[in-house]
Design a protein around this ligand. Structure first.
Ligand code: SF4
Ligand code: SF4
Length: 375
């Protein structure tokens, strides 16, 4: 059986978060179960982009502070790291409030710069992850609960994609292509290369709607913890009321028979899950209804059955960030406007995720609009 703990934390008030973290870890034996004196403990935070904490894009600094202090109290040496989608680590950490916490607590910010190849045993044979992640004695995964336009939800497993260094992420997006189940499989294989010892989810203010960066903050008032990230995701999705058919990571984990994927093997402690459930948590727009179709039909009907990104007139300042980040280079700037090659586009929505100006919208395929009425 896997255990996932659920605790209430009504706000990011510093003492309140610290108390909630202590209660959260009690059923697992406290932080001492995971951290020994002198160990280098990497906190894998979500530092997607340099947005203020109240935007709910990144792990909140008060959760990071609370975990740093617990690690220090257990005699561990806390390191805080991620590989942001846009911008340098220090700059992004500064804008998100995490740098100030790192400096105030005496923790250390670590760059994810030196990719080390790790032999996988699954479909993706040669994945390279950040050396700082692989060399830590212990890893505490600190995701934010958010919606995700491509994968519906990002939480414990998806947060570990940040261990792929910088622009190599685009390469892995491209390898998985437009197939979300393939991308889910890759995320699971990354997690299995070096599973974190502990996952603590910041769901005090989560993100709903068109996440992971353009959605809306949603007060949920919870922290979750567990040792198996797949099980933590299963419970997070249940709390948010996300249907399983839209959860690619969870479905693929179950198909592969991974530990933690089967709800019957997970028990919850702390706040009863019935009391934790969030009413009408807004999901991202449905951007793909190809599930279950054979590959040849998926390719033929993709234009009609998926959404695609498009520029909002007058909002795009042609900075080129989306074009640089686009895995298949499907975006170019021509004659003073943004041009998309929709045949090349794999519908990963990295462009929307990383646009600092919220200048990209989605356009639905005609069949998708029709089918959505019956979903
Ligand atoms: S859509 Fe956003 S990221 Fe892309 S060029 Fe325009 S402003 Fe820059
Ligand atoms: S255009 Fe946007 S959605 Fe399409 S592949 Fe590029 S980044 Fe992904």
């Amino acid at each position: 059986m896997h255990t996932v703990i659920i605790e209430r934390a009504a706000s990011y008030d510093r003492p309140l978060v610290k108390d909630a973290l202590i209660r959260l870890l009690e059923p697992l034996g406290g932080i001492e179960t995971f951290v020994r004196p002198g160990e280098r403990v990497l906190l894998k935070v979500n530092l997607l982009t340099g947005k203020a904490p109240e935007k709910a894009v990144t792990t909140h600094p008060e959760v990071v502070r609370g975990v740093i202090e617990l690690v220090q109290a257990a005699g561990g040496i806390p390191l805080v790291g991620d590989s942001p989608g846009v911008g340098g680590l220090k700059s992004v950490a500064g804008k998100t409030g995490i740098l100030a916490v790192v400096e105030a607590t005496g923790a250390r910010l670590v760059e994810f710069t030196n990719p080390q190849e790790v032999a996988g045993s699954g479909m993706f044979k040669r994945l390279a992850l950040a050396e700082a992640y692989l060399s830590a004695d212990k890893v505490i995964n600190l995701p934010k609960l958010k919606t995700h336009e491509m994968m519906t939800m990002t939480c414990a497993v998806k947060n570990l994609f940040g261990t792929v260094v910088g622009t190599a992420k685009a390469g892995w997006h491209l390898k998985a292509g437009a197939d979300r189940e393939m991308f889910a499989r890759m995320l699971l294989e990354i997690y299995l290369l070096r599973p974190p010892e502990l996952t603590i989810v910041d769901a005090i203010t989560a993100m709903e709607g068109d996440g992971p960066s353009s959605g809306d903050p949603r007060q949920v008032g919870l922290l979750l913890a567990g040792t198996n990230p797949v099980a933590v995701d299963v419970i997070a999705a249940e709390i948010a009321g996300i249907p399983k058919k839209l959860l690619y990571v969870e479905r693929v984990a179950q198909t592969l028979g991974l530990d933690g994927a089967d709800r019957a093997t997970i028990s919850t402690r702390g706040l009863p899950i019935e009391e934790a459930r969030v009413a009408s948590f807004r999901l991202p727009h449905i951007s793909d209804v190809q599930f279950g179709l054979p590959p040849f039909l998926k390719n033929r009907l993709r234009h009609y059955l998926t959404s695609r990104p498009c520029a909002i007139p007058g909002k795009c300042r042609l900075c080129g960030i989306c074009a640089d980040a686009c895995p298949p280079h499907a975006i170019s700037i021509k004659d003073g406007r943004l041009v998309f090659d929709y045949h090349a586009c794999i519908r990963c929505f990295c462009c929307r995720e990383l646009c600092p100006d919220g200048a990209l919208d989605v356009q639905e395929g005609k069949l998708l609009t029709f089918i959505k009425k019956f979903l």
